[in-house]
Design a protein around this ligand. Structure first.
Ligand SMILES: O=C(O)CCC(=O)C(=O)O
Length: 343
């Protein structure tokens, strides 16, 4: 089978110079439909369960994927949160559906990631998230941070690529990301705990550049915002009438510390799960969740299939890790909401 096209040299250059590149046409419009349909079905399932428990009367069954959860949340924030928890899974991002795996392992996407990593042995980073950003939902606003703020310090100098993938056209009105360009070369900035909704935050004075120089990372559905783990970014309120659905996936070279091939119990033997201190974590960049091999030229048979991925993800989901991304950073402002797991 012919390989899908990599990024152009100009796109790769832009990524390394600016710390990000926005590629508008990674997916064909139909490619994201199975995931959108699956998530819509998951919303429906939970709404009907809440209805059966007598917790809501209005199903909003006539509304489409981009509007239904927002209407439910407007009627009852408690029910809206219950649906989001159901979608997000135990760990804030634990959607293991085949349709999610289909996007994570999409050949067009992996070809582009390979050209940024300069590697053909590619690990799907354990940290991937689904974000239903509802209109005017306070916790949808993500403060300034670098993804490395959440990773083990041993990975500060490694490249981990974030692929931010909107499931709707993302723009300033529905709260797309803001990115600080050319600010990814000075290492990990000090972060503080207690940012909006419990996220980590880089205070304005600690940002590597003036936040007024931020670029609005609008991106059409089908496109991807590629960023480095050191690129400062945040996202703004959703003031539109629909949900800004997005997922963010991460990839790294297999040379970068990862827990592929290790099960949660075995990680004790490897020395980090029993450690209270993030400094000692050298096995994986984000140990609480499972990394998995998504592409290999050397050993294609070792690439994870969907069943293997679910086994690994669920085994980690069931295991409490002592690693905390928050332990690394000083307390900032008291959080307005309890910290959500991980990133
Ligand atoms: O989706 C958002 O609003 C923020 C995403 C983000 O911060 C990330 O992917 O690291």
């Amino acid at each position: 089978m012919k390989s899908p096209p990599p990024l152009t040299l100009e796109q790769v250059q832009h990524f390394h110079d600016e710390g990000y590149v926005i590629v508008p046409d990674v997916f064909a419009p139909a490619d994201l439909e199975p995931l959108r349909r699956e998530l819509h079905a998951a919303v429906d399932e939970k709404v009907r369960a809440l209805h059966a428990e007598g917790r809501l009367t209005q199903l909003h069954a006539n509304l489409d994927f981009d509007h239904r959860l927002a209407a439910l949340h407007r009627d009852s924030p408690v029910n809206g949160e219950a649906v989001m928890k159901h979608l997000e899974g135990l760990r804030g991002g634990g959607c293991h559906a085949p349709e999610m795996f289909g996007v994570i392992t999409h050949r067009q996407l992996l070809a582009k990631v390979a050209s940024l990593l300069g590697a053909e042995e590619i690990v799907g980073s354990s940290v991937y998230r689904l974000r239903p950003k509802l209109p005017n939902l306070g916790r949808g606003i993500v403060p300034w941070h670098q993804d490395s703020g959440y990773f083990a310090a041993a990975c500060d100098h490694q490249l981990i690529i974030t692929c931010w993938i909107p499931l709707v056209d993302a723009n300033v009105a529905n709260g797309c990301m803001q990115i600080l360009p050319r600010a990814h070369r000075t290492g990990v900035a000090p972060h503080h705990t207690g940012g909006n909704a419990g996220f980590l935050v880089i205070k304005d004075d600690d940002l590597p550049d003036d936040p007024r120089r931020a670029v609005t990372a609008a991106c059409p559905r089908g496109g991807v915002v590629f960023m480095t783990n050191l690129t400062p970014h945040c996202s703004t309120p959703n003031t539109a009438d629909h949900i800004r659905w997005s997922i963010d996936l991460r990839y790294q070279s297999a040379e970068v510390p990862n827990n592929v091939g290790l099960w949660p119990g075995e990680t004790d033997a490897a020395g980090f799960a029993s450690s209270e201190f993030y400094e000692k974590v050298t096995v994986a960049c984000y140990p609480p969740e499972a990394d998995f091999l998504v592409h290999s030229r050397k050993e294609p048979a070792a690439v994870t299939d969907h069943a293997g991925y679910v086994r690994r993800r669920e085994a980690y989901d069931r295991t409490r890790s002592k690693f905390s991304a928050y332990a690394r950073w000083p307390q900032g402002l008291p959080s307005t909401e309890p910290a959500r797991s991980g990133h």
